[in-house]
Design a protein around this ligand. Structure first.
Ligand code: NAD
Length: 498
């Protein structure tokens, strides 16, 4: 087993790391056609990590044309699934071999603690690619039930060119959720990483090529949302956009599709997860420590972050004591220290946005129980203290809007009906959690909660075997599982009169 590098070793590697910032189009690294670039800045210390190609409409068009050409020549889409599987396995293996380098890039680029980029993000990326590689030669098409003189075939075909537009909170992980099933199904992919965190996506371009993914099948276009992202959404020859990001931008992609070629759109958007602690919670210590870990993991920059904690008034005081103890025990510090659990936010712009919510919470009359200030850890320039508000009403902005930072709103409830009412009073519907010993209560809540995913006595629903996604304005379409594979195919019916 490899030993995990020490803080000093990570710092040394961070000093030396260097990466080109070109786009990856048609199997090669290329500059943006207009020659424009932007600085990729680390939130750890403000250093410029790379000068990155700022792609525009022309670059999007180049990448889409390369992707279409590859698709039409059948080099990938026409390959036997068992062969695509082997190449995807090699791709996963290349990424795994470079895990430490990629984890470090992820941490330097968007600030998450290295322990999580190394032990969560990278292994999940590798596992996701392997999961879809394994699946692809095991899914069968259908024959329709018909009379003896006719034959009906229902076949699944790849869509063509898939544009994947992803956020910065789990840069490579979110990207793999899209490109792994899209590639496995035989599509060509144009991936646009977030402008805050383009480095790992750029780096894996050459790993894809080294694994044997043919030129043009996997392309990476760094650039700004309103330019490169919009151009991909508006392109007349893109068949589908798979998007993860904010609800606001998700709605733009629906407009882009309507204003261009009616491309398919799948949206994984924001969330405001209610985490409901009933009086018969099986183990209050575990529930409290998971509640704290859940909201402060990745500095709260998680779409499923349990940002609304609903606690039964019968156990309120004792539960809050446990919650505060768990929150205080979280180890904050430099994201490069292997022991750090809580680091920095992605950048200064986002930090100011989160601090505005904290101010607003106080103005609206919620009580600040913990944190609330800008923090100053070594190598964590854009940090905010873990923050907890109590006496939050579900009409307050901090209980309604997605803060996407380390800010927890605690609400008290008296009856199960009221807990459900508060939980469902949101335009988001991504995930909800319920903590109870009672199986019937758990099932009743699971049925009544208006979300895409429910967890019981846990907050973790992020597993390759479970469909992942939301309802209401959290989006539609599912990642993970075979549903996440079928999304990248379309059905064809062939009727044959015998
Ligand atoms: P964002 O919506 O600002 O950006 C996401 C992507 O869209 C980026 O690549 C960005 O460049 C692009 N984009 C931005 N403006 C655009 C425009 N005008 N036209 C086209 N593309 C544009 O989101 P973010 O700040 O990067 O990420 C945070 C959001 O992502 C949160 O709302 C979070 O809940 C959501 N998220 C959801 C999930 C999920 O699975 N549901 C997972 C992770 C993050």
């Amino acid at each position: 087993m490899n030993t995990i590098p020490t803080f000093e070793e990570w710092k040394e590697r961070a000093e030396k790391i260097s990466i080109g910032g070109e786009a990856f189009i048609d199997g090669k690294y290329v500059a943006a056609a207009a020659g424009e670039r932007f600085d990729c800045i680390s939130p750890l210390d403000g250093r410029v990590l790379a000068s990155v190609a700022s792609c525009d409409e022309e670059d999007v068009d180049r990448a889409v044309r390369a992707a279409r050409r590859a698709f039409e020549t059948d080099v990938w889409s026409g390959m036997a699934p068992v062969e695509r599987k082997q190449i995807l396995f090699r791709f996963a293996e290349r990424i795994e071999e470079h895990s430490e380098e990629l984890a470090l890039l992820e941490t330097l680029d968007m600030g998450k603690p290295i322990r999580y980029s190394l032990t969560h993000d990278l292994p999940t990326v590798v596992e996701t690619i392997r999961w879809y590689a394994e699946a692809i030669d095991k899914v069968y098409d259908e024959i329709a039930p018909m009379g003896k003189d006719e034959l009906g075939l229902v076949t699944r075909e790849p869509l063509g060119v898939v544009g994947a537009v992803v956020p910065w909170n789990f840069p490579l992980d979110m990207a793999a959720l899209k490109f792994a099933p899209a590639l496995a199904a035989g599509n060509s992919v144009v991936l646009k990483p977030a402008e805050q965190s383009p480095l790992t996506a750029i780096r894996i371009g050459e790993l894809a090529a080294a694994a044997g993914i043919p030129d043009g099948v996997f392309n990476v276009l760094p650039g700004f949302g309103p330019r490169a992202g919009k151009a991909l959404g508006m392109h007349m020859d893109v068949d589908m956009i798979a998007f993860t990001g904010s609800t606001e931008v998700g709605k733009l992609f629906l407009r882009y599709a309507g204003e261009s070629n009616m491309k398919q759109v799948a949206l994984e958007c924001g969330g405001k997860t209610p985490n409901i602690i009933l009086a018969d919670v099986p183990d209050a210590d575990i529930a409290a420590s998971e509640a704290a870990f859940g909201i402060f993991y990745n500095s709260g920059q998680v779409c499923t972050a349990p940002s609304r904690l609903l606690v039964d008034e019968k156990i309120y005081d004792i539960f809050l004591e446990k919650l505060l103890a768990a929150a205080r025990a979280i180890k904050a510090g430099s994201p490069l220290a292997p022991t750090t659990e809580f680091g920095t936010l992605v950048d200064d712009v986002h930090k100011r946005r989160v601090l505005q919510y904290v101010e607003q919470g106080q103005q609206e009359g919620a009580d600040l129980l913990l944190g609330g200030n800008s923090a100053d850890f070594e190598n964590a320039g854009c940090a905010i203290e873990p923050t907890i508000f109590e006496n939050v009403e579900d009409t307050m902005v901090i209980a309604r809007e997605e803060i996407f930072g380390p800010v927890l709103s605690v609400l008290k409830f008296d009856t199960h009906e009221n807990a459900l009412k508060i939980a469902n009073n949101s335009h988001y519907g991504l995930q909800a959690a319920i903590w109870t010993r009672d199986l019937s209560t758990a099932h009743k809540f699971a049925r009544a909660l208006k979300v895409g995913m429910v967890t019981v006595n846990s907050l973790d629903s992020y597993k390759q075997v479970l469909p992942f996604g939301g309802v209401k304005q959290s989006g539609f379409g599912r990642d993970f599982s075979l549903h996440g594979l079928h999304k990248y195919t379309q059905l064809k019916s062939t009727y044959i009169s015998l």
